[in-house]
Each structure stands twice: as C-alpha cells, then as structure tokens.
Design a protein around this ligand. Sequence first.
Ligand SMILES: NC(=O)c1ccc[n+]([C@@H]2O[C@H](COP(=O)([O-])OP(=O)(O)OC[C@H]3O[C@@H](n4cnc5c(N)ncnc54)[C@H](O)[C@@H]3O)[C@@H](O)[C@H]2O)c1
Length: 187
Amino acid sequence: MRLDGRAALITGAGSGIGREAALLFSREGARVVAVDLDEDAAKETASMVDGDAVLPFAADVSRAGDCEAMVAFAERELGRLDVLWNNAGVMLADDDDAVATEESVWDLTMGVNAKGVFLGCKYGIPALRRAGGGSVINTASFVALLGAATPQIAYTASKVAVLSPTRELAVIHGGEGNRVNALCPGP
Ligand SMILES: NC(=O)c1ccc[n+]([C@@H]2O[C@H](COP(=O)([O-])OP(=O)(O)OC[C@H]3O[C@@H](n4cnc5c(N)ncnc54)[C@H](O)[C@@H]3O)[C@@H](O)[C@H]2O)c1
C-alpha cells in the first residue's frame, strides 16, 4: 500500500474531494484526520471506514485557534503528521462580478480559501518538520491559471492566492525535506 504507516490531515473532508481523498488514503494504509466545519459530515466520512483509520475533527480553517487545534489533535492521535492537505474551500452563491459582489462575500471567500491554506501551513509545517519532512497539498483550481468565464471574482482571486503561495512554500520549505504542491481541479 502506497501510504502504509503514514499520518495525514485533510481539511474539507466531510464532502466531495476531501471525503474521497480520506477514503482513498485509508485504503492505501494511511491514518487520517478528517477535518470539516460540519462536524456531522466529518463523522460520516469517518464512519465509512472500518475501525479508527479515519478520525473526525471539527474545525473552521479560517480561524487560527482551530487550525492549531486540528494539527495538535493529529499529532496526539496519530503520533506524527506526514501529509497536510489543505482542501477546504467555498464558492458562495452570491459571488458575482466586481460590481455585484458584496465585500462580505469577498472577505468570507478569502478567509476560508486563502487564509485557511496559510493557517493550515502555519501550524502544519512545524508538525511536518517534527516528523522529519512530509507533503503539503493545497487545493487551488484551474481558475487560478485561466480565470473563469462565469462571474465569481472572489473565488477566482482566492485560488490565485493558493497557487502562487504554494510555489513560494515549495521553495522555502523544500530544503526541510517537505514537498509542497497544488492541485488545480476542473469542474
Ligand atoms: N468540485 C469542483 O468542481 C472543484 C473544482 C476546482 C477546485 N475545487 C476545490 O476543491 C476543494 C474541495 O471542493 P469540493 O467540490 O469537494 O467541495 P465540497 O463543497 O463538496 O466540500 C468542501 C468541504 O469543505 C467544508 N468547509 C467549508 N468551509 C470550511 C471551513 N471554513 N473550515 C473547514 N471546512 C470547511 C465544507 O463543509 C465541505 O464539507 C475546494 O477547495 C474547491 O474550491 C473544486
């Protein structure tokens, strides 16, 4: 199994890509902390796996204290952290063009999608260092490369704010034995 003995933390693991990743990682031998704002959804992900291979944890990735707590939980329960996947993200229904989008929509989107990745790294990278080096995965989007043909100005900006910092993180923390990559899924 490709992840035998590895310890991983995945945010946004109560749904979609994060849930599928948690299930795949556990099938490949990893133990996983499945983090989500929606505690019930995180628990549902954990319940899809036998035993305690996936542990649920409720956290809002836009809050520093929550990110510190999720990493501490992972190290305490799994003994180490090898993989940090900052995946949680939102695309709000009222994210629109530059004229129609409310400031609150911009702030919430940037808070989760961009600051959430920063905070995940702020608390997660020291844990990877303690494990001797590991892997950071940040979920961006194809819109970070291309922009979007539909009006979603806050989301598009937030994913650029994932992709470029990922390149910087890869250079800055590569010398510590860490790999840092971004994924750019399409719809
Ligand atoms: N699905 C796509 O088409 C697509 C395309 C490109 C990029 N992405 C990105 O992939 C990632 C996952 O997308 P998805 O389609 O699986 O989304 P999803 O909505 O199915 O899952 C996202 C999860 O994140 C959680 N979440 C939201 N805000 C949170 C917060 N503040 N703290 C912790 N958890 C929070 C939600 O509760 C949800 O369970 C996102 O970053 C998204 O922007 C998705």
